[in-house]
Write a protein that binds this ligand. Sequence first.
Ligand code: ADP
Ligand code: MG
Length: 240
Amino acid sequence: MINVEHLTKSYGKHEVLKDISTTVAKGEVVAVIGPSGSGKSTFLRCLNLLETPTSGRITIDGVDLTDRKTDITRVRQHIGMVFQHFHLFPHMTVMDNLIFAPTRVKGVSREEAVAKGMELLDRVGLKDKADFYPSRLSGGQKQRVAIARSLAMDPDIMLFDEPTSALDPEMVKEVLAVIRDLASSGMTMLIVTHEMNFAREAANTIYFIDGGQLLERSTPDSFFAKPKTERAARFLEQVL
Ligand code: ADP
Ligand code: MG
């Protein structure tokens, strides 16, 4: 579904991503792990062109993202992204957050968008919060709304960049449960995370990125039991 070939990204002289090639299959759940500053966010952001690759090619469902003729806005509609900080619209209720893009960008009717919005709130366990403003929600609830808002666009791919890193510990679980549910529903996902237990249980594949290189691509079992590189072994020693 996603095909990355020789992706590089530089900021000036600083090469942040170095010749990354990989493929992600439909329904695959990838946990992206690695030290801070290693290029994980940049990698994810290249996949929906929030960053423009310096060189290389990314195709999603056969559409070449790096081709200048490709309509990026169309491509992005199929890719949901959830960030560490939730980026909800603060002046809108939860429901208005959910229906904003479907009604404005996709031309879905308000009624239809609200019905779908309720379904999604139910799915993330927040059916009773439709009329709340984000300021009245906990961090975990805000993040679940942010996930529901992404899902409202019916994405084929979901990208998560440290979705639980800004949360108090007691709220991490509820957000991971929603992501886990999504994973088992067959959604194609890439998740940058520091939650090693979650990565081990929920992902099909672990990407270990260090210094801008995709150093390892393995199953959770083999990665956590026996990392192939010295750098991954050292990283695991520090975080486990
Ligand atoms: P990670 O998500 O793994 O912590 P990032 O992808 O955010 O790493 O960053 C990788 C490297 O790229 C870091 O050295 C960071 O300072 C640098 N970087 C990220 N974004 C920019 C930017 N917009 N301009 C310049 N350097 C950047
Ligand atoms: Mg990051």
